[in-house]
Design a protein around this ligand. Sequence first.
Ligand code: ADP
Ligand code: MG
Length: 692
Amino acid sequence: MISDSLHGRSALPSDPETRASTRLLLAFLWIQLAAFGVYLVSAVWVDRSTAGRVLFQTAFAVAVIFVLRAMALRGWVRAAGVGYLATAWLLLGASAWTGGGIHNSATLGFLVVVFAAGLLFGRRGAAIMGAVVILTALGLALAEQRHVLPPSRIHNTPLQIWSDVAVYCLLIIAFQALATRVRRSTEDRYGQVVERAGDAIFTLSPQGTLAAVNPAFQRMTGWPPEECLGKPFTELIASVDGQGRWRTFLDDRGPRQSLELPLRHRNGQAVVVELNLAPVAGRDGDTLAVGRDVTERREQEQRRARLEGQLRQSQKLEAVGTLAGGIAHDFNNVLTAIMGHAHLLQEDVPPKGRAAERVAEILKAGARARDVVRQLLTFARSQGQPRALTRFQDVVLEAVQLLRASVPSSVQMETNIDPDTPGVLADATQLHQVTVNLVTNAADAMRDHGGRLTLSLGRLQLDSHAAARLPPLEPGPHVRLRVSDTGHGMDPGVLERVFEPFFTTKPLGHGTGLGLAVVHTIVSDHHGRIAVRSKPGEGTTVEVILPQATQPMVVAEAATPEAPLRGNGERLLVVDDETAVLRVLAEQLQRLGYRVRTSTDPEEALETFSDDPDEFDLAITDLQMPRMSGVELAARFISVRADLPVLLITGNRSAVEPHVLRAAGVRELVDKPFRLQDLSRAIRTALETSAS
Ligand code: ADP
Ligand code: MG
């Protein structure tokens, strides 16, 4: 029964302090009940005549005990405790009053009551109870002296006195033992909470040294108690910034009692800990701290912020792409006219002189404009672009050759290109663009003071560990292009924004801010990864890593001829809704030796062609036209005459899918504004393949 009430889990209150005192009181009541049993038996055994009175006393006590127990279980622990002490005092007092006054052995029981008061209510309880008991004894003595005590019918024998003393001693011992046990089990529970807690729990002395730590503290920070106890807590704080924050926190400890600090793990790494601090009750100046490891959470937050940044970036690129796609068509038509006429003009004016210089300037500006549009269009291009097995090393070599002229002589250029670099599945024009943009940036960074530009290309094997740190790369063979310079470098603020379209630190007319944005888009489209490392004054290194193609490398590139290829009187039908483009195109082609018929209206062109299909050797049509697209027109031409070669020109390559072109029977696709060399080559290729 005792153990039952000790562990009366269901009814006990949850607050540990109250629970401990409830358990103590309940245990007292059960011991008291047992003591009454002993008292009853011994009293009746000594003197049968007292049986009635003793039985009545015992029954009363038992009833009271059960009432008190019910009170304690309902949560009225203090009241039940007071009730218990009062009942014990009353019974002992009554026994003394009716049987010998102060001389009755029952008065010894008052000592037990004082003792119990001490155990239940502490020092103050014992003092109050002691005062009550002394007053009671005084009252009894006074009553005896004044002869107001009822005539005693009881005469305590020595045996009775000794048996009473024995019972009281046993009671005191049992109470004491119980109290100790309850206190210890309470402490044990607190101890277990601290020992088993997942959070680090520790105390700091007023001097700020570590006074106590729990096992979780060691798990979190790696420091065993013997190495950290007594040390200043600040020594455990990882960064100078963290130490500063800790000091400010101590200085103005307002209502805020929690802060986040990086702690120095024993293995040297930093652990971010969220600390909650509270003064320890009773001990002067000691502080209790509970720390939770939030390193993982913080890392996740940072990762999320990074991803959000990337998302914003790609949304921005997408917007630029949509815009570029929208204007490219018109813009390229305009550029085609400007550059075409400039080319024609170049042939008309005397080769040396002011006029020729001006035409050359027009062509240079035109080329630059074409370049900007082309870069912008990179963002409009979808993944569906044709990719071929490409020798990156050839692309890089070609680009380097082209760039040598524009790199200032104060820049020393070193290349380290592995000729056995495996192939990549890529759009060669785009890889060319990547190389040009990176080298241009490196050269720009060294324009004022010169320096060394190192360009290297080679294979790179990634194990799963390395690949995990470089998403979206997968483990396996890769190709790495690295462009390093010893230029002015970048501060973190610039570094953070380099991939933003239109972000540039260069003066107007020198930078477009598109270089790295384009590189980034191209590399992402190729499922690769780009990394930029830079410090102000220490130069910059850009690395582009692309996955190696799975097929082996076999193709060889044909060289681009420098002069436009001439025609031989072939008859061309040229269709474009833009008169300006049409006029310049016709004139250029005539000068190359072709015979040209033009049309601004696809339907009219179709009619002309259908009248005499054999009148033409090749048809050239614009892609985007009102009423009928170039693809549709090509298909109609071919349905009339299956072997007619058709060539498409377009200002926005991304507006059409390659497979649609193939299905329509289109032989070649040329970007506007074109270089005459490229257009003439495409015409020759189309004519020759149809002839063979
Ligand atoms: P742009 O070259 O037209 O300014 P980019 O996108 O190529 O645009 O580069 C953006 C910015 O990044 C540059 O203006 C420059 O501040 C910085 N940057 C790029 N590459 C380097 C480099 N190699 N060294 C120093 N700064 C660079
Ligand atoms: Mg640039």
